[in-house]
Design a protein around this ligand. Structure first.
Ligand code: FRU
Length: 495
């Protein structure tokens, strides 16, 4: 029986095998990229690439959900459906505060800027909403940017650029991005392009984002971050994201690092198409994004039903200056996640040498661990989570000898759906570490590992049995000191 024909009542959703408990998933059917992320009138909006007709990628719509805290989501009806101009690919939403578009009779409203795709020809279109995103009217003059002879020409992300008083669109075009400007969201002028010879080019570029951040929170030192995904050839294999840091003057983006330098967003295999919220109030000041937790290498085969695909937890992004003077992007879990914490288990100042498992007896399949460890003499240490009597486990560790942080999902659980799935994903550090901070989020079918306050992140899906709830802290050849370890059970956001 197909997913569509089967009738579900609400109480059956969100308790299925592998169903994430504190990550966003659609009730049923296929989802990919987050789209149209915007904060407006107390609501965070998440639109997403959605195929309401099945569990595989198909004619794209924009699904829609809203939240007050980015954690508990209310599903809303589909926002944008295919029409004569094509299906609805990725894009963004902005608040048109000053009615620059003229759609809102002098008031304000939401404007969606998205890609129309018809017979593989892609163009950019807009739609507007006067009722907080509940209903949308497509602009009669669509497309606002017709195709210009480039096959992959999509995923507009738009923001207001105060300094030059205009809207800026960053658009993926083949293996570069193109920038356009507009005063009314309708008439767009080509400004510049970036990326032909910069960064990683293992696949077509997709889903860019461009925003300004202060360095180390110092508002007199701002830099621009250009986030771009690539469809193949990312660090862990398949699709993944990279970023550039530099200057943007309203026309051109200038990378301040060497064009050959590649900065990966995530060292796992399942963090794609990250998009940041538009219009988060200045007094909040955070830049927060979410990404699609999957990989085009196997996205269509994942063993979940009646839904397929999950969003990452929302992450706050920051720029920090490293000891070597380089500026790097850090990602950290949003503070709101603390509201999900239930039971707590704490260890402080304990020496561990591998003989005893200090987490013996702890059993969870949706949890968070915050830990600081001092390495004394060990060759390797870390966690084994989602474990069951040595049948399956996901290892998250630090190999001291090779200076490598890793997630190993070789024996994590179900993997037969794709030969691209199993494996170990790692982050190679430049310097050896004496103290070591990790922040882990483990859900029914994922692990997200934030290393040293978000200097590196590894995001990986895993498909263990529901009962695989055991966990272990292991130490190989030597001793470490657990300075502090906090383990929290996390409550479901779907109950
Ligand atoms: C990225 C992507 C986008 C496109 C969308 C189509 O995952 O390929 O470039 O707009 O998915 O669903």
């Amino acid at each position: 029986m197909s997913v569509l024909n089967k009738t579900y009542n609400n109480s059956q959703f969100y308790s299925e095998k592998y169903r994430p408990q504190f990550h966003f998933t659609p009730k049923k059917n296929w989802m990919n990229d987050p789209n149209g992320m915007v904060y407006y009138e107390g609501e965070y909006h998440l639109f997403y690439q959605y195929h309401p007709g099945g569990l595989q990628w198909g004619p794209m719509h924009w699904g829609h959900a809203v939240s007050k805290d980015m954690l508990t989501w209310e599903h809303l009806p589909i926002a944008l459906e295919p029409d004569d101009l094509g299906t609805i690919f990725s894009g963004s939403v902005v608040v048109d505060w000053n009615d620059t578009s003229g759609f809102f009779n002098g008031k304000e409203g939401l404007v969606a800027i998205f890609t129309h795709c018809k017979e593989e020809v892609q163009s950019q279109s807009i739609a507007f909403s006067k009722d907080k995103g509940r209903t949308w009217v497509k602009y009669h003059g669509n497309p606002v940017i017709p195709n210009i002879g480039i096959k992959d020409f999509r995923d507009p992300k738009v923001f207001w650029h105060h300094e030059t008083n205009k809207w800026i669109m960053v658009l993926a075009a083949g293996q570069k991005v193109m920038l356009y400007g507009s005063t009314n969201l309708i008439d767009w002028t080509y400004l510049s392009e970036f990326g032909n010879d910069e960064g990683a080019h293992g696949g077509v570029w997709e889903c860019p984002d461009l925003f300004q951040l202060s360095v180390d929170g110092d508002s007199s030192n701002n830099k621009w971050v250009l986030q771009v995904d690539l469809g193949d050839g990312a660090i862990a294999g398949g699709s993944g994201g990279q970023y550039f840091i530099g200057e943007f003057d309203g026309v051109t983006f200038q990378n301040e690092n060497s064009p050959n330098e590649i900065n990966w967003l995530d060292y796992g295999k399942d963090f794609y198409a990250a998009q940041s919220f538009s219009d988060i109030p200045e007094k909040d000041g955070r830049r927060i994004w979410m990404a699609w937790m999957s990989n085009w290498k196997y996205a269509n085969e994942l063993p979940t039903s009646p839904w397929r695909s999950t969003m990452s937890i929302p992450r706050e992004v920051e720029l920090r200056k490293m000891e070597n003077g380089l500026i790097k992007l850090f990602q950290k879990p949003i503070a709101e996640l603390k509201s999900l914490r239930l039971d707590q288990y704490v260890i402080r100042n304990q020496y561990v040498n591998g003989d005893a498992n200090v987490l013996a007896g702890q059993k969870e399949n949706t949890f968070e661990i915050v830990v600081e460890i001092e390495n004394l003499t060990a060759d390797e240490f870390g966690f084994k989570v989602r474990q069951s009597s040595n049948k399956e486990e996901t290892a998250i560790g630090y190999n001291v000898l090779n200076n490598v942080l890793f997630v190993d999902r070789e024996n994590a659980g179900e993997h037969e759906f794709s030969n691209q799935f199993k494996g170990r994903h790692s982050f190679q550090m430049n310097n050896s570490q004496e103290t070591f901070k990790l922040h882990l989020f483990v859900d029914k079918s994922s692990v997200e590992v934030f290393f040293n306050d978000g200097e590196a992140v590894i995001t990986d899906l895993v498909f263990p049995e529901d009962q695989s709830k055991e966990m272990e802290f292991y130490v190989v050849n030597g001793e470490v000191k657990i300075v502090s370890l906090e383990l929290y059970t996390l409550k479901s956001t779907w109950e």
